[in-house]
Design a binder for this molecule. Structure first.
Ligand code: SF4
Length: 229
């Protein structure tokens, strides 16, 4: 077990929550963005950012009948060692099973809603991000969240996602591994997969070149050739 897990991570060691979608898509992509701070603002990421801007442009909240809608809510978890922003958090009034909110009458159940530009994906990257938000909210509000939602811009529909133990464990494991890599400043080597075609960093990553030889291999080969002369 990671020693930080006993008392929780320090705030200065928090990672960006949204990094879990990069990490689960490709560990190298996450390291290039979050450790080496490299990114390529291609069309896909620019469109995604604009769409996100609509969902949260600073923090705000509004009440519609029995639902309070919070946009751009900052969240964190000491246990996971992460912080981030929730696109939308819905607080639905439920006096029997909900939690009390400061300054609000009644009790509420809590549901994160994550906005995505495209359509539902085959992988679990979006689910993991939303589950991580839910786990932060649970820790901050001392509550249990049974489900959350993913809203996809292309189909203009939200999908309900149950937050089962399996997905929660994947979130814990991913952040634990991310913290280990981050401490060591470790960037995994490029490995060409199907994911590379849709990767916003493929021009920077250049897996086809990295695959052939690393800089270290090149230098030691040159030194070896000189010694042999
Ligand atoms: S190009 Fe492929 S290996 Fe490189 S960061 Fe993207 S997905 Fe990962």
């Amino acid at each position: 077990m990671h020693p930080e897990k006993l008392s929780g991570y320090r705030e200065e060691d928090y990672l960006m929550l949204s990094g879990i979608q990069h990490f689960s898509f490709c560990r190298r992509q996450w390291a290039l963005i979050h450790i080496e701070q490299q990114w390529d603002e291609n069309l896909r990421t620019v469109e995604g950012n604009l769409f996100h801007k609509k969902a949260h442009d600073g923090y705000s909240s509004e009440k519609r009948k029995d639902i309070i809608v919070s946009r751009g809510m900052p969240v964190f978890s000491r246990e996971l060692g992460v912080s981030g922003i929730c696109d939308i958090v819905e607080f639905r009034r439920n006096d029997a099973e909900g939690i009390a909110l400061y300054g609000r009458e009644g009790k509420y159940l809590v549901y994160p809603v994550e906005y995505k530009k495209g359509q539902p994906k085959e992988d679990e990257t979006d689910i993991l991000q939303m589950a991580a938000q839910a786990m932060c909210l649970e820790e901050m509000l001392a509550c249990r969240i049974e489900k959350g939602y993913l809203f996809y811009g292309e189909i203009r529909r939200r999908i309900e996602v149950p937050l089962e133990e399996g997905i929660r464990q994947q979130v814990r494991d991913a952040f634990e591994e991310m913290h280990r890599h981050y401490e060591r400043k470790y960037t995994p080597k490029a490995r060409r997969t199907k994911a590379c075609n849709a990767c916003s960093l493929k021009n920077i990553c250049l897996p086809q070149i990295a695959k052939k030889q690393s800089a270290r291999q090149y230098i030691s080969r040159c030194i070896g050739e000189e010694e042999a002369d």
